[in-house]
Design a protein around this ligand. Structure first.
Ligand SMILES: *[C@@H]1O[C@H](CO)[C@@H](O)[C@H](O)[C@H]1NC(C)=O
Ligand SMILES: *[C@@H]1O[C@H](CO)[C@@H](O)[C@H](O)[C@H]1NC(C)=O
Ligand SMILES: *[C@@H]1O[C@H](CO)[C@@H](O)[C@H](O)[C@H]1NC(C)=O
Length: 517
């Protein structure tokens, strides 16, 4: 099987290995070679353009492109004479070209298959008024395929009559599994602030469909999704090295074995913190490295302790979010030891956790108060259920001593990145940030529909960097390949990080992972 989805990952990995290299390049002859001495210096921040559609969903698709998916709304970008709700951003030109899905991508999920094709699934009907386009389909059961290209000619493929989900899924998550296919998990059968028993879709399915455990291509029940109401929209899914999947939603977590359809409960999230939408936390599989013997450890940061049974109008945009980060090693001993809890410098709901090439985590985006969504809480700001955007990203070093893992980046944006915002590492190691739109249609009032995108540039980008040639277009599963690498003078003890840049939406970063080879 071709493992083309590794290509963007690999590019970032190698280039990001850049920062790993840079981390060990003495800044002056006296500088220490301690691998803990990360490149220091100022961060860069640029705001070079707009995305044409608001970036509710974002995924890097090649060395020079990213796909951006929005919902159907009155965007400035058009395609074939109607408004657009998807685009492709070119990193070299900072321009977008419109893409033309058939169905509404509103609150869909996305994962790359092992062969490099992106599967976007789920969505919603159209809700805006004053617009009609007879060909636009309800996206609740949509499956959309996008095979990336660099010639500007590829588009999203849909064939709703022949290619669709087994049931409605609004707010599902997805994860690529070890046979190269994708699991599409949960969601609700119609919209809503929270997930209730009447709308819950407590099931999962595979794409391409599988005949497995007696379920021949139909949806497979997941009791965990019935036990995590009312806050299990966009559950956290992380594929582990042994083939199991870590799942977290609301205040619970479990290990899921898709081969046997078995759920094994894990210790609940500490201190009553809820971690899935609308109390969204960020989550990540910490870097797998030779130093930790590739032992999986997950970390979940932020979220909220707000009630999930209260009338939403009694909730407030001013209620502090959670500042908790919880880590757990997913071995028998680690699970027995349970979660270990730390406190972020700043509370955040809807943060994104981005794996940087130097092995640290960037905690970016989100709000310090309120909850995800719009139009629900009693004291909305514009329509936003959240307020007090967290403008400055924070670094987390997972291998530093407890108590000294968080550090400031010293860089701050002025653009709120709250509900429906996204972030992704790019192939050169910068962080692309886009979107934010707590509104049902395009708005210019406070917490406007945001089209501006930004690149945050960590200090390692301003160091001498390695280059390489010979990257194959596709790599077979388990295949060996070689690159020719030129290192800057003075580079020693080089390590290379392979990073899957994943698919970002709602603070959940599907398939994002980091491995030191
Ligand atoms: C090389 O780097 C690794 C990881 O950062 C570290 O564990 C190791 O001690 C270093 N080796 C040398 C020779 O500096
Ligand atoms: C990194 O890539 C982004 C997007 O292509 C670009 O805007 C930025 O200038 C690059 N930064 C460096 C230091 O190469
Ligand atoms: C990957 O597999 C899917 C599902 O079988 C297929 O639709 C798609 O065309 C394949 N992509 C490539 C690049 O072969």
């Amino acid at each position: 099987m071709l493992q083309r989805s590794l290509i963007p990952a690999l590019l970032s990995g190698s280039l990001l290995g850049t920062s790993a290299f840079a981390a060990n390049i003495p800044r002056s002859p006296a500088a220490s070679l301690d691998p803990r001495a990360f490149v220091s210096g100022s961060w860069g921040l640029t705001q070079p353009g707009t995305t044409g559609v608001s970036a509710m969903q974002l995924a890097v698709t090649s060395e020079s492109t990213a796909i951006i998916l929005d919902k159907v709304e009155h965007n400035p970008l058009t395609v074939n004479g109607h408004i657009a709700w998807a685009s492709e951003l070119n990193f070299n030109t900072n321009q977008v070209r419109p893409l033309n899905p058939l169905s509404n991508t509103w609150c869909a999920t996305g994962s790359f298959l092992g062969n490099g094709t992106l599967v976007s699934s789920g969505g919603n009907p159209i809700v805006i008024t004053g617009w009609s386009y007879s060909k636009c389909q309800n996206g609740l059961q949509a499956i959309r395929l996008f095979t990336p290209c660099t010639d500007g000619r590829c588009d999203i493929f849909e064939d709703p009559a022949r290619l669709h989900l087994t049931s409605n899924r609004w707010y599902p998550s997805s994860v690529r599994i070890d046979d190269g296919s994708v699991i599409i998990y949960g969601g609700s059968t119609f919209g809503g602030f929270e997930n209730g028993a009447s709308g819950n879709n407590p099931s999962y399915e595979f794409f391409p469909p599988k005949n497995i455990n007696g379920f021949n291509g139909v949806k497979i029940p997941s009791p965990f999704l019935s036990n995590t109401l009312n806050a299990n929209h966009f559950p956290i899914l992380i594929m582990l090295p042994d083939g199991n999947i870590f799942v977290a939603a609301n205040q619970k977590a479990m290990l899921f074995n898709w081969r046997t359809n078995t759920e094994t409960p894990l210790p609940g999230i500490p201190n009553g913190v809820r971690v899935s939408s609308p109390y969204s936390a960020g989550a990540v599989l910490l870097p797998l490295t030779p130093e930790n013997n590739y032992t999986p450890e997950v970390m979940i940061c932020g979220g909220s302790t707000v009630s999930d049974t209260a009338n939403p109008s009694s909730l407030s945009s001013q209620t502090p979010a959670s500042a908790q980060c919880s880590r757990m090693v997913l071995t028998q001993a680690g699970i027995a030891a349970g979660w270990s809890v730390e406190t972020m410098p700043q509370a955040r709901v809807m943060p994104e956790l981005i794996l940087l090439p130097d092995g640290r985590i960037l905690i970016i985006n989100g709000a310090q108060t309120g909850v995800a969504g719009y139009g629900n809480v009693g004291d909305q700001v514009g329509s936003s259920n959240a307020d007090n955007p967290a403008f400055s990203p924070v670094l987390y070093d997972p291998s530093a001593a407890r108590g000294s893992r968080f550090s400031a980046t010293g860089i701050s944006s002025t653009i709120p990145r709250i509900y429906h915002s996204t972030a992704s590492l790019t192939p050169n190691g910068s962080i692309l940030v886009a979107g934010s739109n707590p509104n049902d249609d395009v708005q210019t009032r406070k917490y406007a529909t945001e089209y501006r995108f930004e690149y945050f540039s960590p200090p390692y980008l301003f160091q001498p960097r390695p280059t390489y040639t010979g990257l194959p277009a596709t790599v077979g599963y388990n295949a060996v390949f070689s690159l020719s690498v030129s290192l800057p003078a003075g580079a020693t003890n080089v390590s290379v990080a392979l990073i899957d840049l994943g698919f970002a939406t709602h603070g959940v970063h599907m398939d994002h992972r980091f491995l030191i080879s």
